[in-house]
Write a protein that binds this ligand. Structure first.
Ligand SMILES: [Zn+2]
Length: 214
């Protein structure tokens, strides 16, 4: 007999929680772990995955027991971590539906779906650049307003400069766009909405000589 017991839980959540760390931190899992260890008199308990609804006797019995518990009037305390996740999901959904109405907001076209905007691995300067590119407001494209000067133009195309124009439109950057992003035909939200693109975007504006003017 091996010195461990293998348990096949009928809820995938249990297995995924156990797989995240050697020691479960979820209060209900901690209770389950202690209960199992006491009941089985084993310290080494391993978990395995089994297919659901495959008419495996033990799994069917566990399903029946779980269903009978859902009708119970007994109230169980809900761990704060579960409540927190639930509130976060609800807030995100309310925030998103509010944001869906803000179609006049410049940032909306860049970022229709709310998500973390700043690349987590970036330094402070890169975060500033990334945020300004999202907002479409940079020193290069907007400082003329402060100084009462004429707006800047692309010297080759003679077209007014904007973040969108620099990143997506100017045909003289097509070769570089293709080399870095593997495409020349994209919209600004597809580049800036994905923070994994940030290093390529920084490289792009660096090669174009704009990085110190953002
Ligand atoms: Zn141009």
């Amino acid at each position: 007999m091996p010195p461990w017991k293998v348990i096949y839980p009928n809820v995938d959540f249990t297995l995924s929680c156990y797989s995240k760390a050697c020691t479960p931190s979820h209060p209900i899992l901690v209770d389950i772990t202690y209960a199992l260890a006491n009941h089985l008199k084993k310290k080494d308990i391993r978990f395995g995955w089994i297919p659901g609804h495959a008419r495996i006797t033990g799994n069917e019995l566990a399903d029946t027991a779980a269903r009978s518990a859902t009708g119970s009037s007994e109230r169980f305390p809900i761990p704060h971590s579960d409540l927190k996740a639930c509130f976060r999901q609800k807030l995100q959904s309310v925030w998103q539906s509010n944001w869906d109405q803000q179609t006049e907001n410049k940032l909306h076209s860049v970022m229709p779906v709310l998500a973390p905007t700043v690349p987590s691995s970036s330094n402070r300067r890169e975060q500033v650049i990334w945020t300004r590119l999202h907002l479409g407001h940079t020193r290069l494209t907007h400082s003329h307003l402060l100084f009462g000067e004429p707006p800047p133009y692309c010297e080759i195309c003679n077209v007014s400069l904007s973040v969108k124009y620099i990143l997506c439109v100017c045909p003289h950057s097509n070769h570089l766009r293709h080399r870095l992003f593997n495409s020349v035909d994209f919209i600004i939200s597809s580049i800036l909405n994905n923070s994994t693109n940030s290093s390529l975007v920084f490289k792009f504006i660096n090669i174009k000589g704009f990085i110190h003017h953002i």
